[in-house]
Ligand binder design. Structure first.
Ligand code: C2O
Ligand code: CU
Length: 443
């Protein structure tokens, strides 16, 4: 598979698909004692949610969500994934953590799917503190929905001043859950204590969350701190599918995450009345205050267009109403080519009639503008960006992580239906294939 139409973004061309480095060699450290070693065993089975409801899906170490992983910045992390009995094979992708390419866990792009009875070892250094998650990237539209995911928090070297909680929101079939529980989840915190709530949206659609009982701040987005966040009261937040937003609330407080789920923090037995969802959401384009960027987005080496539409056509020989990228249907999707060190600008626009949570692997990009309006708040770094129908975002990033990377919609049903492109570095060769022995099917 050559993964689409070569696009050099106006920069120098290089020979497509040739090179001296293979994706398979772009690994994390291969030697050295890991600081954290975890075994994760994947199964296809039926399991019970915390409230006793049965789900037919997938587990890691017998649970879904899988173990909540917590490591420290700078740790060498080693995860041994064993596929006990998932017939289609599995992988683990570290969503939002910019790991070396061979550790990225995408079947058919960075590895072969791990078949039943096989194992695969991931090794990477957790360079950036923040909130992340992991999930299978083999037949991901079914496996992630069915529970093959978990959270991953990288704690900063210096202890955080707040009590620290993760809140992963997921729909199992039509049951909305927070950390695997329907309804209201409580966590202990003293009166007046600041509490960090790391919202993780593991679903296909945008997550709307809002706070009752306290003012709050948005302190991080997609694992990157917000510069000088201000107090919020009357707005909610939108966490795009795959995205993460860290809030700091003051106990007692309640964070509603929709569908009857909420997290209440406070002294034991506290009840906080949830207010109705506010009509307004905080706009990250203007929230917080500006800070210097580590590169100059105006000095771009390449400029790409990722323009999403929809039309009738054939994909995989099947007729349907499919997503298009730059006017074309899968597999005629772009392969964005860069060279290491390039400053890259990308214009993402959407006139497809639906919202798309756009996720670039291996990199964080900064938002430059939305619909022509420049970003004026804190640098807004994303790995997952909510692009509503009718919107146009300009983003920029530095090509500083060589490999072949997916750049796709994280509504995984949309990805399955062809809303997938790739970012490819000059000089990197691709040994893996979609299909093949392991029947690799990343979406
Ligand atoms: Cu959350 Cu391509 O991944
Ligand atoms: Cu989409």
């Amino acid at each position: 598979m050559d993964m689409g139409l070569v696009d050099y973004g106006g920069g120098p061309a290089h020979e497509h698909g040739s090179g001296t480095r293979s994706v398979a060699d772009l690994t994390g450290p291969q030697s050295g004692e890991p600081d954290v070693a975890v075994d994760l065993d994947a199964r296809k089975e039926s399991f019970e949610l915390a409230g006793g409801e049965r789900v037919d899906g997938y587990t890691l170490n017998g649970t879904s969500p899988g173990p909540a992983l917590e490591v420290h910045q700078g740790d060498l992390v080693q995860v041994t994934l064993t596929n006990v009995d998932v017939p289609d094979g599995v992988t683990l992708h570290w969503h939002g953590l910019d790991v070396p390419n061979a550790e990225d866990g995408v079947a058919g792009v960075t590895q072969d799917a791990v078949l039943p009875g096989e194992e695969h070892v991931y090794r990477f250094v957790a360079e950036d503190a923040g909130t992340y998650w992991y999930h299978s990237h083999q037949v991901s539209h079914a496996q992630v929905r069915g529970g093959l995911f978990g959270t991953l928090v990288v704690l900063p070297a210096e202890a955080l001043p707040e009590t620290d909680l993760v809140a992963a929101v997921h729909n199992y079939a039509d049951r909305r859950t927070l950390n695997g529980s329907t309804g209201i989840t409580s966590a202990a915190a003293a009166d007046g204590e600041p509490v960090r709530v790391r919202l993780v949206n593991t679903d296909n659609g945008p997550l709307r969350a809002w706070v009752s009982g306290s003012t709050y701040r948005v302190v991080a987005v997609d694992g990157r701190d917000v510069h000088e966040p201000t107090d919020l009261r009357d707005e909610g937040v939108i966490v795009t599918a795959g995205g993460r937003i860290d809030l700091v609330v003051t106990a007692p407080a309640r964070v509603d995450t929709g569908g009857g789920t909420a997290l209440v923090v406070g002294p034991r037995g506290t009840r906080v009345e949830g207010r109705p969802e506010p009509p307004e959401q905080v706009d990250l384009l203007s929230y917080g205050s500006p800070a210097a960027l580590p590169f100059d987005p105006d000095d771009a080496d390449r400029r790409f267009t990722y323009d999403m539409g929809r039309r009738v056509g054939l994909v995989d020989g099947k007729p349907g109403f499919f997503w298009t990228i730059n006017g074309r249907l899968f597999p005629d999707v772009p392969m964005f080519h860069v060279a290491e060190g390039d400053v890259v600008r990308m214009t993402i626009s959407n006139h497809s009639g639906d919202v798309h949570p756009m996720h670039l692997h291996g990199h964080h990009a900064v938002v430059i503008s939305r619909d022509g309006e420049p970003a004026t708040g804190s640098p807004w770094w994303v790995d997952s960006l909510n692009v509503e129908d009718g919107e146009t975002y300009e983003i920029a990033f530095v090509a500083d992580n060589p490999g072949i990377w997916m750049d796709h919609c994280h509504n995984l049903d949309h990805a399955r239906d062809g809303l997938v492109a790739h970012l490819a570095y000059a000089g990197v060769t691709e040994p893996y294939r979609v299909g093949g022995r392991a029947d690799n099917a990343p979406e």
